[in-house]
Design a protein around this ligand. Structure first.
Ligand SMILES: Nc1ncnc2c1ncn2[C@@H]1O[C@H](COP(=O)(O)OP(=O)(O)OP(=O)(O)O)[C@@H](O)[C@H]1O
Ligand SMILES: [Mg+2]
Length: 357
């Protein structure tokens, strides 16, 4: 008999043995009903159990699928990030290449022109020297004639000479001719220096090899080239120290100096001073270009070497000057330092090893 039924009979009717016999059939039917309810419950419980197990399994499957999907998504995101970085790097390199290509072709152009001008300048220079000597000789000859003038007795000849002298303003001609020769000489020497500087500056560009070069020469020729950009803005003060020749690609370093000098001039609003200093410490040489310009706000200091970072209006600056310079200095195993105070000015210092490692 079902345990529950047995307990209930005991409670309501006393001992099961004393149950009236006419109830036996009824009790047996109730007992059957209890048993079948139990069986049903068991079956329901089992199927619930089964269902719950299946649900748990499905749930776990879903969870792992989700995790897998998240992993793939993360990997995709990472890949996308890497691609974006790569594209940015490629863009940077591309623009730097463009810039250095531009500089190289400007250099080649300058070298070509310098070469072409060099020859005519050469013979004009040398002819001027000869001419000066001839003029001196001719003057000497005229002086001798002048001394002989006293001996001329023919009044007609004498007055003819004196009239011609007066007409030509011979005294002035004599002194002016000397001044003209001097000025022409000075001019031609200057043109020669410019051509030489152009040649130094470009140094035939692309095929340049590593040489021990005098940085002061590089600075001087670069200063001459950018003089036009600077002269209305600033006075240039040179404070050169005693430095050894440095193993470098001088035309590329000249590019660095040019970028720094032009930036310095741009930073000066009215008029200021650009100081170019050099010095050495241990195995390193430094070149410093300091300006009394507007300075760089601290929040920009981190960005100025980034390609395309510029505070200049559209069309004025490409924002490549410093990034290209940085690249060139790195190629020389050197480094660049900058100090700046808003309203006071900036100082850029380029450190270079005397000897390449
Ligand atoms: N001497 C300086 N004084 C003040 N700001 C400077 C100086 N040098 C550089 N900067 C700042 O750094 C920025 C980046 O300089 P960078 O030379 O790279 O580019 P740019 O001068 O703007 O353009 P460009 O490509 O024509 O050189 C400048 O726009 C300017 O804001
Ligand atoms: Mg610049």
């Amino acid at each position: 008999m079902h345990k529950l039924l047995e307990r209930q009979i005991k409670r309501h009717l006393g001992d099961t043995a004393t149950v009236p016999s006419e109830l036996a059939k009824f009790i047996a039917a109730v007992d059957d009903a209890y048993a079948s309810a139990d069986a049903d419950r068991l079956m329901i419980e089992r199927s619930l159990d089964l269902m719950s197990r299946e649900l748990t399994e499905a749930n776990a499957g879903l969870r792992s699928e989700l995790a897998e999907r998240q992993r793939t998504e993360q990997a995709l995101l990472k890949e996308k990030d890497e691609q974006r970085n790569l594209i940015r790097k490629l863009e940077d390199i591309h623009s730097q290449l463009l810039q250095s290509e531009k500089m190289a072709s400007i250099g080649q152009l300058a070298a070509g022109i310098a070469h072409e001008i060099n020859n005519p300048i050469g013979y004009v220079y040398s002819n001027l020297g000869t001419l000066e000597k001839y003029v001196q000789d001719a003057f000497h000859m005229i002086e001798l004639y002048e001394q002989a003038e006293a001996g001329i007795t023919d009044q007609e000849v004498l007055s003819g000479i004196q009239a011609a002298k007066k007409k030509l303003d011979f005294a002035f001609l004599k002194s002016d001719l000397r001044a003209l020769m001097g000025e022409s000489n000075e001019g031609i020497v200057r043109v020669k220096a410019i051509v030489q500087n152009l040649k130094d500056f470009s140094h035939a560009g692309t095929t340049e090899e590593w040489h021990y070069a005098n940085l002061h020469q590089g600075l001087d020729s670069t200063l001459l080239i950018v003089n036009n950009e600077i002269k209305y803005k600033a006075e240039v003060v040179r404070e050169y120290g005693a430095i050894p020749n440095v193993e470098c690609l001088l035309s590329q370093l000249n590019q660095v100096f040019m970028n720094l000098l032009v930036n310095a001039a741009h930073a000066i609003q009215e008029r200021g001073i650009i100081t170019v200093r050099t010095g050495c410490e241990g195995e390193e040489v430094w070149v410093e270009i300091a300006d009394t310009g507007q300075g760089i706000p601290p929040e920009n200091l981190q960005k100025i070497f980034d390609p395309f970072f510029t505070t200049k209006p559209v069309g004025k600056g490409t924002g490549l000057g410093l990034s290209v310079s940085y690249g060139i200095v790195q190629k020389h195993h050197g480094r660049m330092e900058v100090q700046s105070e808003v309203g006071k000015g900036s100082t850029f210092r380029v450190w270079l090893p005397v000897k390449q490692p």
